[in-house]
Ligand binder design. Sequence first.
Ligand code: ATP
Ligand code: MG
Length: 583
Amino acid sequence: MAMEKGNTEGTARKPGTAGESGREVPATESVDFIRAIVIEDLKNGKNGGRVMTRFPPEPNGYLHIGHAKSICLNFGIAAEFGGVCNLRYDDTNPTKEEVEYVESIQEDVRWLGFDWQDRLYYASDYFDKLYDYAVQLVKAGKAYVDSLSADQIREHRGTLTEPGKQSPYRNRSIEENLDLFERMRAGEFEDGAHVLRAKIDMASPNFNMRDPTLYRIRRVPHHRTGDRWCIYPMYDFAHSLSDAIEGITHSICTLEFEDHRPLYDWCQENLPVPFRSRQIEFARLNLNYTVMSKRKLLELVQQGLISGWDDPRLPTIGGLRRRGYTPEAIRAFCERIGVAKRDNVVDVALLEHAVREDLNRRALRVMGVLRPIRLVIDNYPEDQVEQLEAVNNPEDASAGTRKVPFSRDLYIEREDFNENPPKKFYRLAPGRAVRLRYGYVITCVNVVKDEKTGEPLGLHCTYDPDSLHTSGDGQKVKATLHWVSAAHSIPAEVRLYDRLFVSPDPGADGRDFKADLNPNSLEVLKTCRVEPSLAGARPGARYQFERQGYFCVDPDSTADHLVFNRTVSLRDAWAKIEKAQQK
Ligand code: ATP
Ligand code: MG
């Protein structure tokens, strides 16, 4: 797979000519290949000028960023071309599906900013129709009940170079097939005793066409149909016919279904369906340093290796939301990576870039000290408190200003002080002056140290009373530090996240993907101090902690215990310099 920073086979959209429908449609050469197909269909008056897509999740897990790509594509295309997009659960596998997932999926789609209006469907709503369709195939001699075991069916399937072998049951009479299929439905047989198969071609070069299974016996209740059914349709059959029943014009799916398209078409061609849909495949989103398969995500959740489906380190929509991602950032990311016809891996840094860009525009700036060290300004009056004016968002004048209390006793970031500053360390050091953000220029005059370890415990400084709002008046000040007033600030817990995996391709070369988990993906800081304006901040509220990154209030917060997640750091210039120096 090629590593690409957003593969776009043309995503910029410029206005083009009006289509047959009179609607303004863009020129085909400026859009991705799926939109080009839709435009072409509109021009040709196909589907009566109608565009209908669907997002078809299987409710067997939470949605992730890959699904977001599919959601943006399906709902996005519908919206752009005056069409609609259905939300349809592909709930044909009752053993793995749960109501919890059904609910979370709707919450996530809505949160991403999309609306299926009254078109919420379930493949299970069509179980009666699908059964009727299957009966029609049997009556037409195009499906039969096979009584081979699953293993035998596999053995009969052949290989890439050898054709499959016909089942001895392939030529059962229509009457016998109808009788057996009816009895399968009535619950007369155990799981695996029989299956219904399409009678297509055991010699087809495409495995999916070698008499694929259409129905299997599963004597388990379904989360919607209860125990009404003990046979369930297979995905390919159910999906193709659900699309036809709903009148889906463009059935957009990921590349692994390309080989299933002949079967998708076969189902619609061999039954009197109300509509013929077109399946179009695109490359799924892959991100480095993470896993997206629901099976793997479930494993992490079930083994307690993370806190749950919404652990902020996960690429799930719930995880990203809790981490502080905005729907706008996720949509911008999906737009940016575009739609391709071949597989690629997108750098997770691009996702981080999207959220930085969005939060830079709208997050309020505040000051929070993550690893505090006490700083006393010796010549500042002991009982004095000044309310310094701070800008809420330099990117947005309408965000206004706020007052931040300043006093003699402060906290600054421990790492902003260095007793023996190396070259290019411009922050606080003995004898050195720096500016405090929105405040004065201070000079470090003394360091209080732990007698045993020599570790700095506190700093003494003096301030220049005339330096407020001036550029330091002749003093050489190369750094501006964030701070909080010790007495006024409030305590907070901050959770810093790193990538969940140390490898760009977890589990590559056949090793267990869990072996690649990053043991340092979560760092919890319990002694942080944040400015008082954050008191009462609501879960979900997002801020930029100046110089530290973007943070979001976690739902674990209570009235007297604030918890923040770091969404993403700001670009760290110092870390780069440090690295360069090490080299
Ligand atoms: P997973 O492989 O993670 O278990 P899935 O494909 O089984 O996912 P579904 O619930 O069947 O999950 O997916 C719903 C829709 O989302 C499908 O149309 C599928 O093609 C699409 N989709 C799933 N993963 C991705 C991805 N990584 N990139 C783009 N689309 C995706
Ligand atoms: Mg699937």
